[in-house]
Design a protein around this ligand. Structure first.
Ligand code: RRO
Length: 311
């Protein structure tokens, strides 16, 4: 029997495939849909202190190869995601809250509030929102990242992992890994969207989303090679007890297989979830199982991280 079971942050997941923070995980209805789907966990939209309406619309656009977004962190505020935990518990899968406070103290306040909640099984700290006008991504500033982690680990009780931006330069992988290896992080999720791309409608000779003059985070097919590189690099550089979660360009079972081969213990679906809805989890799971069957693998540990170099 082929199994897609996995463990992340010490939590058991029936299947290694679940949602990325962002698409279809903001409202109670959307979170319920994830609960009822074949997703292995329920991950919330990144939470801030207060409710946010987000950036002006249109703020999401899909092309044949992927997506561009400048949502601007629309969310219900952290208390909503804390309160929802009770409802999430009925689905019998881990409920994880993504946190993206506007500053150190916001993050500390939120994580302190979540600490006593036994139905929140882990926290994914977002170091990489590309869409806040005037605010740099924390993950691109190694000292800021260190200072933030110092602060949040003073208050965190649940397992805490980080959502990283994509890195493109070998020394940057090493510098971020050096920071992360100084903290008891449970997982690293690679990668957030590739920040500040531009998609153009050539008929209209116009940008396709309204905020930030059309600049936004790129997701989907085009980002898979960058995502795989980040999964692979952090798998080799981080302490062995840190689980890597792969996200970026996964729309079928083979894409998921590639991420796991690079070292991912679980994978998240973003753009494809927006496109297809929550049915994508069962479909991708079936395709991954079929690939594993053909290759004679019975569990993801049989091939996780086992990508070969050329002789
Ligand atoms: O809400 C967003 O604009 C957003 C966030 Br917080 C993020 O982490 N990544 C992204 O592509 N969009």
């Amino acid at each position: 029997m082929t199994s897609l079971k996995t463990t992340i942050a010490g939590l058991e997941l029936e299947t290694c495939i679940y949602n990325a923070s962002g698409p279809l995980c903001t409202t109670a209805e959307e979170l319920d849909d994830l609960g009822q789907s074949m997703a292995g966990a329920i991950l919330s939209k990144s939470a801030t202190l207060e409710y946010r309406a987000g950036n002006e619309k249109p703020r999401y656009y899909e092309t044949g190869w992927g997506s561009i977004n400048s949502m601007g962190l629309p969310n219900e505020g952290y208390k909503f995601y804390a309160d929802y935990a009770k409802q999430a518990a009925q689905y019998g899968k881990p409920y994880i809250v993504s946190v993206s406070g506007m500053g150190f103290e916001d993050n500390a306040t939120i994580i302190k509030h979540l600490a006593g909640n036994e139905n929140i099984k882990a926290i994914e700290l977002n170091l990489s929102c590309p869409n806040l006008p005037g605010k740099p991504q924390t993950g691109y500033d190694f000292e800021q990242s260190r200072a933030l982690l110092n602060r949040v680990f003073e208050v965190a009780q649940q397992p805490l992992g980080v959502k990283l931006p994509p890195y493109f330069d070998m020394p940057h992988f090493e510098m971020m890994a050096e920071v992360l290896n100084d903290f008891p992080i449970s997982f690293a999720t690679c990668i957030n969207s590739i920040g500040n791309g531009l998609v153009i409608d050539t008929d209209q000779e116009c940008v396709v989303i309204k905020p930030k003059k059309g600049f936004g985070g790129i997701g989907g097919d085009f980002i898979k090679p960058t995502a795989l590189a980040n999964v692979r690099k952090f798998y080799t550089l981080l302490k062995k007890d840190v689980d890597i979660i792969g996200v970026g360009g996964i729309k079928n079972g083979m894409d998921a297989f590639e991420h796991i081969l690079c070292g991912a213990s679980a994978v998240q679906i973003g753009t494809q979830l927006m496109r297809e809805g929550t049915g994508c989890f069962a479909r991708i799971a079936g395709e991954l199982q079929e690939i594993m069957n053909k290759k004679g693998y019975s569990s993801i540990n049989d091939f996780k991280g086992k990508l070969k170099d050329m002789e």
